[in-house]
Ligand binder design. Structure first.
Ligand code: COA
Ligand code: AMP
Length: 633
């Protein structure tokens, strides 16, 4: 069956389509209904069913006789370590850590926050939570204490799983000061912390609260899998929203397991036993779905990489990993390839490695620019497939589904809507736009299994943020169009989210931090184009009357503030002080116009602007930072 037919079938008969897909999962109890729409627009998949996701990702493969198959290959150039765990070894360690969590009082439904870099114990910790029905909330290591604190308060974890440090090239990031700082800031205090001690920077354990990971793991009795409802949350993953407060995206257990398993074969065209590598961080959606759950549910070997595409030690790092671990498929963000291309423009490193098993490169996380796509195709000689998804969906919404029917690659488009997703482009009034016209990219409800059923303890927020603007649709907050061939084109966000090196960040959150500076009267943060990271944040700041300090000093403080309150990952390094900000007569700051000026795009002076002269002032200030030379039309 071709992709068009599969897609049609998935929408015409979602019950039949997903019930068939669900047959590959081990259920403790089968579902009463595939799609439960009683509380629409809040949908639930596989209502009445019970299962354990860890059983499906680990135990099942051992029981089927694949215990000796490598499950996880850890490759860590930043620490000089490597380790392979077979499915049997992963089962043994996961069951013990699950037992250790039990000993610390964790029960089904409790939350466990994971604050760890890409180390095997992070994956084991996530699976151990799933094993006993606890809900994990992983926080990316590049966030600062304040960001961690908001996540602690939202998830209210009973226990935290922490590593003593992360390792960035040239710098060891001690996690203990960050975690202690966060706990101090948070209203909620976790009862216990399980520390993985790494030799690069050890944590000082607090008696009574803290426990050593390896001691606890060694002492624990292995815990069995606990079946949970298919609709129970498997995890919460916080992601940037339009305010300073992140959104706690929930993914459930049954629907997620079914969808992720389905995607491994139909989107990625993998076979069990093959090697899948998502070069991402377990703190992001890609890490959850395609370092941990997708490959393991499907019985693949997953590669966990603690390093960068360049500098650890060079731009050949990815090819070394692919050759050494016989990787069949790599999934990463285009920014990684832009970094490699910058350091090794002629792809000379490629020839030094045996890439004979490497079949496909998948890219996601930001728009894949055609230049980078072409460079990757030429350098690697394999299909380069752009695909589009979000933390909220947990798996791709648009992709070239290689396991169903490979479509012609069109540079700049992530191809067509994936089965299960009814992608529509709407105008501001909610009317569907014809092919080729740009509007709000939405998905007609219900979303397929595996996507977010709600936000953590916030059904009202879920409805308001995603379902209210276009009744009957999920609003992706991406703008774009679908062309006459059904190819989706994702061009930009409709909200204040920017994409920096494949990391999703809120400019609104950065504005809140800048506004907190005592000298700042008002400010705007915009995302400007960057050849390496795609976008970079840039602050425009108006000082309070009477402030006569050195501008450079204030800018330095603002940069330090964002780094300290949001984290280094925000990459906020540029700000400029201006006399005033351009606004509409109703007082709305014209961020889009400023962005166009910075990006050298032709722009129209908005008719509602309060005072057009301000735009010239802004253009002058931006030119001072090296942005924007064009004038308005
Ligand atoms: N812990 C602590 N700090 C971190 C961190 C972590 N886990 N991850 C990143 N940082 C820091 C970096 O060290 C850097 O700090 P600096 O300002 O002191 O240099 C800062 O956050 C910005 O990081 P990043 O934007 O990642 O830039 P980079 O220069 O370190 O690397 C790339 C650039 C392109 C090589 C890198 O972003 C990359 O490999 N991206 C791959 C794509 C990816 O992982 N996408 C995620 C979704 S698929
Ligand atoms: P995240 O939730 O961090 O995965 O970020 C999701 C956002 O990244 C999407 O809403 C898009 O704005 C952007 N994005 C992800 N994949 C693509 C893609 N293939 N093309 C264009 N934008 C993308």
């Amino acid at each position: 069956m071709g992709i068009a037919e599969e897609h049609r079938r998935s929408l015409a008969d979602p019950d039949g389509f997903w019930a068939a897909a669900a047959e590959v999962i081990d259920w403790e109890r089968r579902w009463d209904r595939v799609l439960d729409d009683d509380a629409a627009p809040m949908y639930r998949w596989f209502a009445g069913a019970r299962l354990n996701v860890c059983h499906n990702a680990v135990d099942r493969h051992v029981r089927l006789g694949h215990g000796d198959r490598p499950a996880l290959i850890w490759d860590s150039p930043v620490s000089g370590q490597q380790q392979t765990l077979t499915y049997a070894q992963l089962l043994d360690r996961t069951a013990r850590v699950a037992g250790a969590l039990r000993d610390l009082g964790v029960e089904a439904g409790d939350r466990v926050l994971v604050y760890m870099p890409n180390v095997p114990e992070a994956v084991i910790g996530m699976l151990a939570c799933a094993r006993i029905g606890a809900i994990h909330a992983v926080v990316f290591g590049g966030f600062a204490a304040a960001e961690l604190a908001t996540r602690i308060d939202d998830a209210r974890p009973r226990v935290v799983l922490a590593a003593s440090c992360g390792i960035e090239p040239g710098r060891v990031v001690a996690y203990q000061p960050l975690l202690e700082g966060a706990i101090e800031l948070a209203r909620h205090a976790p009862e216990r912390v399980l520390w993985l001690q790494r030799e690069q920077a050890r944590a000082e354990l607090r008696p009574g609260r803290d426990v050593d990971w390896h001691e606890a793991e060694a002492a624990a009795r292995p815990a069995d899998c606990v079946a949970v409802d298919a609709t129970d949350p498997l995890y919460i993953l916080h992601t940037s929203g339009t305010t300073g407060l992140p959104k706690g995206v929930v993914h459930d257990s049954g629907g997620y397991a079914v969808a992720l398993h389905w995607s491994m074969r139909h989107v990625y065209d993998m076979a069990p036993g093959e090697v899948y590598w998502a070069a991402s961080d377990i703190g992001w959606a890609v890490g959850h779905s395609y370092i941990v759950y997708g490959p393991l549910l499907y019985g693949c070997t997953t590669v966990l990489y603690e390093g960068k595409p360049v500098g650890t030690p060079d731009a050949g790092a990815f090819w070394r990993v692919i050759a050494e671990h016989r990787v069949n498929l790599l999934f990463t963000a285009p920014t990684a390839f832009r970094a490699i291309k910058r350091d090794d423009p002629d792809a000379e490193h490629v020839a030094r490695h045996d890439l004979s098993r490497f079949r496909t490169l998948f890219l996601a996380g930001e728009r894949a620019d055609p230049d980078t796509l072409r460079w990757a195709e030429r350098a690697l000689g394999v299909p380069v497939i752009d695909h589009w998804w979000q933390t909220e969906t947990g798996w791709p919404m648009a992709a070239n589904c290689l396991g169903i029917e490979p479509l012609p690659v069109v540079h700049g488009s992530p191809a067509r809507a994936v089965p299960g997703y009814d992608v529509r482009v709407l105008d501001e009034h909610g009317a569907e736009l014809p092919p080729g016209q740009t509007g709000a990219v939405c998905v007609r409800l219900p979303l397929p299994p595996g996507t977010l059923p709600t936000l953590w303890e916030d059904d009202a927020g879920y409805r308001e943020k995603y379902l209210s603007r276009f009744p009957g649709f999920y609003e992706t907050a991406d703008a774009g169009y679908v062309d006459a061939d059904g190819y989706v084109w994702i061009m930009s966000r409709t909200d204040d989210i920017i994409n920096v090196a494949g990391h999703r960040l809120s400019t609104g959150a950065m504005e809140e931090v800048l506004s907190g500076h005592p000298d700042v009267a008002e400010c705007a943060v915009i995302g400007v184009k960057d050849a390496l990271k795609g976008q970079l944040p840039l602050g425009l700041v108006v000082l309070k009357a009477g402030v006569a300090r050195e501008p450079d000093e204030i800018v330095g403080e603002l940069v330090a503030r964002v780094r300290q309150q949001i984290g280094p990952v925000a990459a906020f390094k540029q700000a400029v002080i201006v006399e005033r900000l351009p606004k509409t007569r109703s007082g709305k700051i014209l961020r889009g116009t400023m962005r166009s000026i910075a990006d050298d795009e032709t722009y129209r002076v908005p008719p509602t602007i309060d005072d057009p002269v301000i735009l010239d002032e802004i253009a002058g200030a931006l030119r001072g930072l090296g942005y924007g030379t064009q004038t308005s039309s």
